[in-house]
Write a protein that binds this ligand. Structure first.
Ligand code: NAD
Length: 733
């Protein structure tokens, strides 16, 4: 055998051990070479009569994260080449055969006639978990880091190497569909309860347990290949099956609004596959997989949510010349809603935190938030009381700026008032060393303006968190006019340490994410004033792919905050900067009706105690007219929501606020949930094609006004047929 990615040895009992341990990589990944070596291993085990069976394990901390997605992307490029050369049919045939190579090698293992057992530790996800599922026996390590799962759906794919066929043959169909739709990582004991693995054991014993199973005569026939096999939920066409499939279809629609072809393919593959013997079922799955792999949704989601996000997390935008920095002690000034969250995530990442507010009481209140959050984790079994003690010991609450001494980074989250911020900046700079980086968490005030209050503007940067800090994965790093590379590098290193995803944007009002999301809110208000029924507005937002409707989102943000920002914008930029109808709507809601949003349980919605929120019946009286719902074009509403945000994103590129399309795309999905199936605000345009998008925007402009006007940079792209990613590649070259 010629193996580089596996070690292969056989013990005295004739049990082989294949240890997957790819040289030069921290994590095993399925590549074409790994597949070829798996073939060799299976052949060797089968060929040698002295070998009874084989255990597959990993030589690394984790089993494997799954298939190399760039390999799958490569198949798409090959398809295009072959299509040009030999025609579509030939290209499709080749693509189909190539995209099911993993399925075939796993099926070969499963039917080779000798027992295979997987001994799994650490992460075992996607294609790697499908490999384990094709083994006849699975032993899982019981340690904290071990997780199994099929997360493909999160990048617009589905488990296409047997996952959709083996999982529903191991558990009830409803549970299987949930698992495939959600793509969650599953802990060892849960995996055992679900029937996904046979044994859970201490890490040091997994290989021995797997060997013992083979030694004891473990069967080389998968349950579904046994003649009398019955799927746990019985036949599809049966009274029990009819209890499952109609609701499954309804749940799919409710959860996806039919925007995710991969989720639909899961339904089809499971439904059809369960009616067939395994080999044919796998063929059905492969057909769906080849189709989904070529979908624009998968291409967009793989690019943004896997490749770009990974690159940004690894510091793609970090200034290269600055040596790595390590933030051990961080100061947080302002222990309110945001500051308390920042203190928690920093302490949770192991940093010492000094949390300063105007009074000891306010600072302690902020620290108490960390206590509440970690107690919630303990109650969910995700942390221990000792973790809470250690975490709280790392946070020092204080009313004395002098305690900031020794901090490597200070982040302010005080009131959104330039005068208060200027005073805080001066006080902090008097307390900290001359080299310390200072960051502001302002959401609306330009960083370059705030930096004027600093004596070291090159060390002044924006670190803009989203609320709630502990949940939101995006952080915007704002580069002011004077911000230097060391400040950017430190901010990026800090964000990496707290395990969030950073994007670097140039200074502008609203930076990036809030500009786009504000356009979404405004569009909701505009529709409301046009007379579109409120429920229809909310549903159209969700149908378009947004996680919540615009009115609901407005309630979360707080209506009075919206009004305050509108007034501040008007004061600084003049009356034309704010839509008068929108302002009047907010004034009526906030000042006449006392409706501030979720925070006072009264906004566009009512929030009755112990019952789901519901749209406030008084809304209708605030609409100048009402449209007949049947006369409203829902497709146009959906377009308006996405187009208005994408146009704003395109403007940020034109203005140089966003310099890298990956950041707009990742930022829009993580920051405000922009329809993930599109790949983000700029990918939405790129995948539609600038020409088609511009035509759509112009038709909306003719009907709805100047907010749909196409910025020059985008109009030029439509002329030349270029894309944001193409333009960025040209700039980088
Ligand atoms: P908040 O009112 O909850 O908290 C502000 C805190 O700052 C209060 O505890 C207050 O006592 C303290 N403070 C005021 N002056 C101080 C001083 N001189 N020294 C020390 N502490 C002082 O406000 P928040 O919602 O946490 O917002 C804080 C900042 O974060 C603002 O700049 C805001 O724009 C920004 N921000 C807010 C959100 C959000 O959703 N709330 C999101 C992103 C950014």
């Amino acid at each position: 055998m010629n193996l580089t990615n596996f070690r292969f040895e056989t013990d005295a009992d004739g049990i082989a051990l294949a240890t997957w341990d790819m040289p030069g990589r921290s994590m095993n990944v399925i590549t074409a070479q790994v597949m070829a070596e798996l073939h060799q291993i299976i052949d060797a085990v089968v060929a040698d009569a002295a070998v009874k069976g084989c255990v597959i394990t990993s030589g690394k901390d984790s089993f494997s994260g799954g298939a190399d997605l760039t390999m799958l992307q490569g198949l798409g490029r090959e398809y295009e080449k072959l299509k040009a050369k030999s025609g579509e049919e030939e290209a499709m045939r080749h693509f189909f055969e190539e995209s099911r190579q993993l399925t075939l090698v796993f099926r070969k293992l499963e039917t080779c006639g000798k027992p295979f057992a997987a001994a799994v530790n650490g992460l075992c996800l996607g294609g790697a978990f499908e490999l384990s599922l094709s083994c006849h026996h699975r032993v899982l390590s019981d340690d904290e880091k071990t997780r199994v799962g099929l997360p493909e759906i999160k990048v617009g794919l589905f488990p296409g190497a047997g996952g959709t066929q083996r999982v529903p043959r191991l558990m009830q169909t409803g549970d299987a569909l949930q698992m495939l739709f959600k793509g969650e990582q599953i802990r060892p004991l849960m995996a055992k309860t679900m029937g996904l693995v046979h044994e859970v054991a201490p890490k040091a014993e997994i290989v021995e347990k797997a060997r013992a199973w083979i030694r004891a005569g473990g069967s080389a026939v998968a349950p579904w290949d046994a003649p009398k096999f019955k799927a746990p939920s019985g036949k599809v066409y049966s009274p029990a099956g009819m209890m499952i499939w109609p609701p499954a279809n309804a749940i799919y629609r409710r959860e996806t609004h039919d925007n995710y072809p991969a989720a639909k393919a899961i339904l089809g593959a499971v439904y059809e596959g369960l009616q067939l013997p395994m080999d044919l079922a796998l063929r059905v799955e492969s057909r769906y997989f080849a189709k989904i792999l070529r979908s624009k949704e998968a291409a967009a989601m793989i690019r943004t949510l896997f490749l770009s996000m990974g690159e940004l997390n690894k510091g793609a935008r970090r200034p290269k010349d600055v040596a790595p920095t390590s933030v051990r002690k961080v100061g947080v000034v302002g222990a309110g809603f945001m500051g308390a969250g920042v203190a928690y995530v920093s302490a949770n990442a192991g940093m010492e935190v000094v949390l300063v507010d105007r009074s000891m009481e306010a600072a302690e209140k902020g620290k108490a938030y960390a206590h509440t959050l970690i107690t919630g984790q303990i109650n969910r079994g995700r942390a221990k009381t000792a973790d809470r003690d250690a975490l709280l010991a790392r946070i020092t609450a204080s009313a004395d700026y002098a305690d900031l001494k020794g901090c490597d980074l200070v982040i302010e989250a005080v009131f959104e008032d330039p005068a208060v911020k200027a005073e805080v900046i001066a006080k902090v700079e008097a307390a900290i060393g001359p080299e310390v980086i200072f960051a502001s968490n302002t959401s609306t005030l330009p960083i370059s303006g705030l930096a004027k209050a600093s004596s070291r503007p090159d060390q002044f940067v924006g670190i803009h968190f989203f609320s709630p800090v502990e949940k939101m994965m995006l952080v915007e790093i704002i580069k002011g006019e004077a911000t230097g590379d060391r400040a950017i590098a430190t901010a990026l290193d800090y964000v990496r340490a707290i395990k969030k995803t950073p994007i670097v944007v140039n200074d502008s009002r609203g930076f990036f994410a809030n500009r786009c999301v504000t356009a979404y809110l405004l569009e909701g208000h505009k529709m409301f004033l046009e007379g579109v029924p409120a429920a229809m507005i909310e549903n159209a937002g969700k149908l378009a792919g947004m996680p919540v409707g615009p009115l609901s989102l407005n309630d979360e943000v707080a209506l009075d905050l919206g009004l305050k920002i509108a007034r501040a914008t008007e004061a600084q930029l003049g009356p034309d900067a704010v839509d008068p109808g929108q302002k009047q709507l907010l004034v009526t809601l906030v000042e006449t009706e006392g409706r501030l949003g979720r925070k006072n349980k009264r906004g566009f919605y009512d929030y009755p105690e112990g019952a789901p929120k519901r749209l406030w019946p008084g809304l209708k009286a605030l609409q100048p007219k009402t449209l007949d719902p049947d006369a409203v074009d829902v497709t146009e509403l959906k377009h308006r929501f996405l187009v208005v945000q994408a146009l704003e994103a395109a403007r940020t590129v034109g203005e140089g606020v966003i310099t890298d399309p990956r950041e707009a795309d990742v930022g829009s999905i993580l920051g405000f949930g922009f329809a993930p199936f599109t790949g983000g605000t700029l990918s939405y345009i790129d995948f539609m094609g600038a020409g088609e998008f511009v035509a759509l925007a112009r038709s909306l402009e003719a009907k709805h006004g100047a907010r749909f006007a196409v910025p020059e940079n985008l109009a030029a792209m439509a002329e030349t047929g270029s894309t944001f990613y193409g333009e960025a590649a040209k700039r980088a070259a």
